[in-house]
Design a protein around this ligand. Sequence first.
Ligand code: HMG
Ligand code: MG
Length: 302
Amino acid sequence: MSGFPEHVTITESSSRDGLQSLGAFVPTESKSALIDALAGAGLQSFDAVSFVSPKWVPQMADGAEVARGVTAEGLRLIGLVPNMRGLESAVEAGLTDIGVLTAASDTFSERNINATVDESMHRIRRIVLEGPENLTFRAYISTATHCPYEGPQDPDWVAYLAHTLIDWGVHEVFLGETIGKATVADVNRLLDEVLDEVPPDQVGVHFHDTYGQAVANTVVALERGIDKMDSSAGGLGGCPYAPGAAGNVATEDLLWLLDGLGIEHGVDRRAVADVAQRFCSDHNLVYNSRAGRALLASRDEE
Ligand code: HMG
Ligand code: MG
């Protein structure tokens, strides 16, 4: 279909964003097994673990062990780090794909990582400059359209942050729509500015689906030539510092959209639904993909 990329890369976020807010600790081996099972469904890139303070986010305390427990080969496992301490742990765990964190809004950034936006940008600069040379960096700009505390954000400011991060050597910038409030109008306004500053092949989107807008917002990103996006199997997730925010767009819902548009992705949507539904049932979680529920209910359809 003209205008859309022919192929997209999905980064699967369920083992990190999907689990980080859960109170009940998910055993380490279940987290590794989730990644392995989703790799079996064709996913290759994972927002896998984070190396953050276990006092702030206890669920992520076992990042190194989760990464080491993954047996599938050739995967891209991203470790999210908020500071140099996190970087050291990620490197020690053998990861070479590093996620770094900033935000458009100071209040969110302070609640999330105890640093203003300016401070978080300087932390990122240090991580990129001082990290080993073999690393690749993905920067998340959270609250790219809306902050849960400060409201709508300025697209020009986000574009400036994105441009600065790329100038500093970050390989890709992911726009975090942290609370899932944005509509296509907001995403168009944001991309008008960001894509003026950064080429689409260095931009990715990370849409949460709180208000049910994530699939529509993904269409806008695709129309702009963006071919990298995060999603979470079974719609698992949320952010501990964005109360009430739902998970990322469900991987199954995203796959239904991409399949309908004829865009290649290499992932088996029914297999993702099977894995996520089983994981949710094993861990007493709500399975939250609409496409997945429909697929599972109509087993003979395909
Ligand atoms: P702080 O309290 O300012 O840190 O927290 P500190 O440097 O004063 O250290 C306090 C304690 O934490 C010390 O331990 C440090 O050693 C330890 P103590 O001496 O008290 O025993 N510490 C660490 N331990 C493990 N790993 C580390 C680390 N750093 C310090 N890396 C800090 C600052 C950044 C650590 C904290 O705020 C934090 O961990 N925040 C992470 C919060 C988080 O994980 N949020 C969710 C991820 S972001 C997200 O979901 C958004 C995203 O999905 C995109 C979107 O949706 O928009 C990516
Ligand atoms: Mg998120």
